[in-house]
Structure formats: C-alpha cells, structure tokens
Design a protein around this ligand. Structure first.
Ligand code: NAD
Length: 392
C-alpha cells in the first residue's frame, strides 16, 4: 500500500511504518552520539512508551544507559486495509533496534489505568526483569475508567473561573481567529483531575511496591507542563493545570508511602512541543509555532529527545538537578525565561491572519506534526509500496 497522510483536524488518522522507524532511529542516533552517560537506570518501566516524551524516555534509558525496558501503551494494530497507529510502528521499530543492540525490551498494549494491566506488568517484571529502578509516568489520555468503581471520567480542556478570549490558529482551515473558551464547572475540573492527576501514578507505585518489584532507591517521575502567562489561562491555571497540580500531591504521597524503599518521586516540567497530546489543546498550535520561531532564532530549540536526554543526565542521574520550590525537576527554562517569553508575547500581540506564516514557524510546527505519524521525513520514499502489517 502507498501511504499518504490523512489529516483530520488536529489528528492524522494513519501512519507510515518506514517513516516512524526512521523517526525512532533518528532519536536513537541522537542519544548514541552523546557518548557514555555513566551510571543510570538498569530496569525501567515506561507508562506511555510509544510516542512523545515517553518514547524519548525509553530511548534514552535503553540507548543511553543500556537499560532493560518494559513499556505500556494504548495503540491500534494495523489491519489489511488500515495502517496501525504511529505508536504501534514506533514500538515495533524500538523493539527491532533494541534486539539488534542486545537490549531487553517488551511492551504491553492496553489500558494502563486498569488493574489487569498492573497485574500483567507485575507478572512480566517478576518473570523477566526482577525489580525496576525507574518508573516513567508519561500517559496522556482523554478518559480514564476508575478501576475501583468502574466509572469512566472524561477530561476537558477549559479555563477555570472565568471565560477566556484569545487568539488561536485553526490548523484545518489555516485561520487565525479569536476564540472564547467557556469556564469549566466543578464536575469538569474534578473529572479532569481524575484522568490526568496523580491518582493512577500513585496506584502504579502502590501496586509495584506491594508486589515487591520496586528496587531500593527507585526513582519515578511524571511529566507536566507549567508554562507562563500566555498559556496559563488555557493550561497552567485551567482544568489540565489543576490535574497537573495533583501530580505534586501524588509525588509527595509516593515518597511518604514508600520511604522504606527510599523511593524518590518528582514531577518533571518539560517544554511545550508538538505531540499528539499537545496538538489537541486549543491555542497550543499557535503558541508552539511562535516559540519554535523564537527558540530556533535563539538557538535553544529542542525536541522530545533533547529534553529527555537533558532530564536524565542533569536531573534523574545528574549531580546537580534544577529543582523548584515544589520539588519538581525543571527542564523548561529555555522556554519560560522572561526574555524568551517577552519575544513570544511581542509576536503574539502582532500575529494576524495575514502575517501568521511570516511571523511564526508554522512550517516547522507542521513538519513536526507530520513527523509524529512518520510523514515528511527526509530519505523516506513515500511513493513506495509498503506493507502496513508490522508486528511486534
Ligand atoms: P503523547 O500523546 O505523545 O503520548 C501519550 C502516551 O500515552 C502514548 O504512549 C499512548 O499510547 C499512551 N496512552 C494513552 N492512553 C493510555 C492508556 N489508557 N493506557 C496506556 N497507555 C496510554 O503525549 P506527550 O505529549 O508525550 O505527553 C506525555 C506526558 O508529557 C503527559 O503527561 C503530558 O501532559 C506531558 N507533557 C507534554 C508536553 C507537550 O508539549 N507535549 C509538555 C510538557 C509535558
């Protein structure tokens, strides 16, 4: 089958196996080129391992430190007529490369929020890894079924307190326009915390500790985005920000509950990047197109792999991590410093339908968006007939 991108709104509904493999290979190459990273993790569990920041974490652990990795993701397998999801192909490519490098890698595909998945992961760790010394929590999901009650909660992306009117860019219609986002009600806020807050992270650590598969001095981190004034109304101080605040509570709870094993838990604040999760958030495509413009000019632009390589080497396994007042690892300074934010704000104020493509790096944003699905990558022949049926 010849596979061309099918973009619908903020999502691409198909993926290219060769392109995804190339994108994984590029990230592996980046890590390998950094040389010996010294002491690091040995047995790693990555929850949300197939795309974005979780995939970059797995690649850094495996190819930077030679770690065994067990991943969990929620991806669709290909069929005769439909391609698999990008994450499916990324996992297949990661497994191939890990196997060639003699590294243990296995992945379980299913709902990480369920108790069954926790049981399956624990069984696998016992059989094949012994104990884990690093747990990465990188899930981004629109809904979660509480394993205790069976109730399914949906997250919302809305401001909190009052309506918010701002500029946005509609990637589908190529239009900059004003949008008013109505505030969330209390139930929507609580539901978003249920989905994207720290409850499930805590449940994972509890289950792993109860089953005695956490190594002493194990580290765990969950990813957040904090941002600044421009994104606070729709992110930091919005429903998703409330959920992310709950991660801080969970980190402290995890440290407290598992002090016998000296478990260390941190929330890690990362920069805004194009991923499947962020492209669904209103305002983010506009904001990210502008920060790409500014940060590329400054020479500070980074993708998932550069951010995560930095997190591992300077925070998780570094001697001098940057911690903030809430005990979080901070990797977002190149984006959120005042000088860079002022430049973004100046562009934000000027941007209109007419000058959007001139002022922003939407071309860079769009390229990165297509790349998430294995498209628009140099060296990949998109006219070639490829077999979508890749297995792992
Ligand atoms: P992503 O969409 O690329 O990855 C999400 C991962 O979660 C995938 O591996 C997917 O398969 C998995 N997943 C989703 N639902 C699942 C389920 N029910 N069971 C098992 N796996 C499931 O997202 P991302 O942008 O890499 O986000 C990862 C984390 O990083 C999130 O917590 C996000 O808030 C945070 N973060 C993102 C940004 C950004 O700009 N993208 C910035 C800072 C922090």
């Amino acid at each position: 089958m010849v596979i061309k991108p099918k973009v619908r709104g903020f999502i691409c509904t198909n993926a290219h196996p060769t392109g995804c493999a190339e994108s994984v290979a590029q990230q592996i190459e980046y890590v390998k080129q950094q040389g010996d990273l010294g002491d690091g993790p040995k047995n790693v569990l990555v929850l949300g391992c197939s795309t974005g920041y979780g995939l970059a974490s797995r690649i850094t652990a495996a190819f930077g430190y030679g770690a065994n990795t067990l991943g969990v993701c929620f991806e669709k397998a290909p069929s005769e007529r439909k391609t698999g999801t990008a994450g499916w192909y990324n996992v297949a490519a990661f497994h191939d490369q890990a196997k060639s490098a003699g590294l243990y890698a296995d992945t379980l595909n299913g709902d990480a929020f369920s108790s069954e998945m926790k049981d399956d992961v624990i069984a696998k760790i016992k059989e094949e890894m012994g104990k884990v010394d690093l747990v990465i929590y990188s899930l981004a999901a629109p809904r979660r079924t509480d394993p205790e009650t069976g109730i399914t909660y949906k997250s919302t992306l809305k401001p909190v307190g009052q309506a918010y009117t701002t500029k946005t860019y509609d990637t589908d219609k190529d239009k900059v326009h004003e949008v008013t986002l109505e505030p969330a009600n209390d139930e929507e806020i609580l539901n978003t915390i249920k989905v994207m807050g720290g409850e499930d992270w805590e449940l994972w650590l509890d289950a792993l500790a109860d089953a005695d598969v956490l190594a002493e001095n194990c580290q765990t981190t969950a990813y957040t985005y904090i941002g600044k004034e421009l994104t606070w109304p729709i992110y930091g101080q919005a429903t998703i920000g409330k959920a992310k605040e709950d991660l801080d509570r969970a980190a402290a709870a995890i440290i407290g509950k598992h002090s016998n094993l000296l478990v260390d838990a941190h929330v890690s604040s990362l920069k805004a990047l194009v991923t499947q999760a962020s492209s669904a958030i209103p305002v983010m495509p506009l904001y990210i197109s502008l920060i790409y413009q500014v940060m590329k000019e400054e020479g500070t632009h980074e993708g998932c792999i550069e951010q995560i390589y930095g997190l591992f080497t300077s925070c998780l396994y570094g001697d001098n991590p940057t911690l903030d007042e809430a005990n979080r690892f901070r990797m977002d300074g190149k984006e959120t410093n005042d000088a860079t934010q002022a430049k973004i704000k100046a562009l934000w104020d000027q941007v209109t339908q007419e000058n959007f493509h001139e002022l922003s790096d939407y071309a860079g944003y769009h390229h990165e968006f297509l790349k998430l699905f294995g498209f628009d990558i140099d060296g990949v022949d998109y006219d070639a007939d490829v077999d979508p049926q890749v297995s792992w």
